[in-house]
Design a protein around this ligand. Structure first.
Ligand code: ADP
Ligand code: ADP
Ligand code: MG
Length: 608
């Protein structure tokens, strides 16, 4: 149905005045392009000026620049430019990915207005779900339990005080339009109330362009459990069971698991049926996630709906065998869930899948984002491992423009222990050099006995300081290579038990014989012309050799160190000592060389 290219773009919950970091666009773009290619749908990428070299551009059939002159995040938020590219290139549907514009109802509306399908829910649903306060009240009216909280955004500190008096501390301030774990502040006691109110307000204003805050009771030690849902255009909704995303740092997910370990089957039923109920009530179409907190007593509370694909959708795909992006595309085309074979009774969970978000953050330095060039990138693969990434290859430049997600590593196995073992093994195979990663930290999480043997809650990372004690990577191969390179170029720097002397001593320079160099084939060509030259070649009894050392030194790996002046210096030695060569190749490129091979005439200089 999508004969024309599928176009792709991205998001943030609302247009902020100063742009907070966003996930890198490439990873999810490539995930979507792959699904399209599998379904025979042509793909169109958009990229910012700074992302010209990004991999997602290569993975699409076509790619167009948007937001010329804008910063990278701002470019992907430029709705008119995205719509322009879509119209100019005959695009009939846009997948918004995650982050950037994916939860912006004005973008969904702009697509509809331009006659381009938005692969997601209707603009109205996107709007309702993007506003956490409105989503809460929808949950309440659908009979889904919510965390005790204010009915709407609070207008003053006084309202927060009143709430705290009624429900007691701790409480949490949350940005009504927040996301990505940002714009939240926990208040443990009365003395902290005012300061946190001010801070949360200004943070929300800066990050989301709207300072609106609401207050919830802070649930102590909850598990974060979310349900994947899928709806079609005909009011049908199914769920694809749950994911446990309790392993968080600063309210941001680090490790995600499907299904949730040790989950009471009755609780699982309540979570899934509440999710479907809520989705049906709003006529939810396409993929979405209903997020809950589950307290120590097994009571569940709705927190929000994410009306898009999520970073951790992969683990659901692994355990249910449902390709969520395929489903998104098909539903958008107008297929019903049953036509797609997506029937609730037939959705089963097989085994366990774990996802680790490998980031270019240095856990030893407070998870500070690290940037630079990947000198070495080797991944761990093999049975049970799926890698979703974009710019993870040697030579890739990690830019400071986005959140530092490098690669999503997904491990699956028949149970949690198997998946965890595969993940641990795969992560130890990774060699990433040039930038720091959180892999040592992830390894600590994966070896933690609480993680392996029971369940963990959202405070797990904060309360386990031993997770931060990491064995530093040794980086032996790079150190050795650097050392060898140094010695090769500069000579040994210390007295070592080899015969080579430090490079400061004068090299032994061969002497150039006096007088003119001996004659060579070039003289034959000059003297007797092409025909005489050809005759001389045929008459030559031995093998004729062309030496490419000059060209190689000039053009290839050595080119950064060897210049024409250096070649000129050695030319006399070569012309005296190698006059029997057929030819010498000096400059030129691979294409010129193959042409030369096509003729029998050397067009490069023969030294005399
Ligand atoms: P976001 O839009 O940033 O994802 P959420 O409302 O989904 O925000 O919350 C993210 C995380 O913050 C939750 O997974 C949980 O760890 C924590 N959190 C949010 N609300 C509460 C609450 N009322 N009590 C305890 N923790 C909470
Ligand atoms: P092209 O066809 O573009 O010239 P080649 O693969 O033939 O590329 O390589 C050109 C030159 O680059 C070689 O003759 C050699 O000098 C240098 N070179 C290429 N790969 C290596 C390598 N792995 N180690 C050392 N030199 C190399
Ligand atoms: Mg959330």
């Amino acid at each position: 149905m999508f004969s024309a290219p599928l176009h792709f773009s991205f998001t943030l919950s609302s247009l902020p005045p100063s742009l907070p970091p966003s996930l890198p666009p490439g990873e999810i773009a490539i995930r979507v392009f792959r699904a399209c290619t599998e379904l025979g749908i042509r793909t169109v990428a958009v990229y910012s000026e700074q992302d010209r070299g990004q991999m997602h551009r290569q993975k699409a059939d076509e790619a167009y620049l948007i937001g010329k002159g804008l910063l990278p995040v701002a470019a992907y938020l430029h709705i008119p430019d995205i719509i322009r590219v879509a119209k100019e290139n005959n695009v009939d549907a846009i997948h918004p990915g995650y982050g950037f514009l994916s939860e912006r109802s004005d973008f969904a509306q702009a697509c509809a207005d331009a006659g381009v399908r938005f692969i997601g829910p209707s603009p109205e649903t996107v709007r309702k779900m993007g506003d956490k306060v409105e989503a809460r009240s929808l949950a309440i009216s659908a009979g889904v339990p919510v965390v005790p909280g204010t009915d709407g955004p609070i207008a003053s500190l006084e309202e927060a005080r009143l709430f705290a008096e009624t429900y007691g501390f701790p409480i949490i301030f949350k940005a009504a339009y927040g996301g990505g774990g940002r714009g939240m502040r926990v208040v443990k006691e009365y003395e902290e109330l005012e300061e946190n109110y001010q801070r949360a307000y200004s943070e929300a204003l800066t990050a989301f362009g709207n300072g609106a805050l609401f207050v919830e009771k802070f649930i102590e030690r909850p598990r974060h459990i979310e349900v994947q849902i899928l709806g079609d255009k005909y009011g049908n909704v199914i769920h694809l069971f749950e994911r446990d995303c309790s392993i968080q740092r600063r309210h941001q997910k680090v490790v995600e698991i499907a299904p949730a370990a040790d989950l009471d089957p009755n609780l699982r039923d309540r979570l899934t049926s509440d999710s479907v109920k809520l989705a049906k009530q709003v006529g939810y179409e396409n993929a979405g996630t209903v997020e809950f907190l589950v307290d120590k007593h097994g009571k569940h509370y709705f927190i929000e709906v994410n009306s898009r694909l999520q970073v951790e959708h992969t683990v659901t795909e692994e355990v249910t065998d449902v390709d969520l992006v395929h489903a998104q595309l098909r539903v958008c085309e107008g297929r019903s869930l049953s036509e797609l074979g997506l029937i609730q009774e037939q959705i089963r969970v097989n085994g366990c899948a774990i996802q680790c978000r490998v980031t270019t953050e240095d856990p030893a330095r407070g998870f500070q984002p690290d940037t630079g060039r990947l000198e070495v990138f080797r991944s761990g693969e093999g049975m049970g491992i799926r890698l979703d990434s974009a710019s993870a290859f040697p030579g890739a430049v990690i830019s400071p423009h986005y959140d530092s997600l490098l690669v999503k590593v997904i491990a699956s196995g028949k149970d949690m222990a198997t998946a965890a073992a595969k993940m641990h093994r795969a992560l130890s195979e990774f060699r990433v050099r040039g930038v720091k990663t959180n892999i040592p930290f992830l390894q600590n999480v994966l070896s933690n006995s609480q993680f392996l043997q029971s369940t963990v809650d959202t405070q797990f990372i904060d309360e386990n300081q031993d997770l931060f004690i990491m064995k530093p990577v040794q980086n032996r191969a790079q150190k050795l290579l650097h050392y060898l390179g140094h010695v090769m170029v500069n000579g040994p720097t210390t007295p070592i038990p080899v015969k080579a002397k430090p490079s400061s001593i004068d090299p032994v320079v061969p002497t150039v014989p006096m007088g003119e160099p001996p004659l060579g084939f070039r003289d034959v060509l000059l003297r007797e012309g092409p025909e005489g030259f050809a005759k001389a070649v045929r008459a030559h009894p031995g093998l004729l050799l062309m030496d490419t050392t000059f060209r190689d030194a000039h053009q290839s790996l050595l080119a950064t160190r060897v210049r024409t002046q250096d070649l000129k210096k050695i030319a006399p030695y070569v012309s005296h000592n190698f006059s029997n060569l057929f030819s010498l190749e000096n400059w030129g490129d691979a294409a010129a060389r193959s042409q030369r091979c096509g003729t029998n005439y050397p067009d490069n200089t023969v030294f005399r």
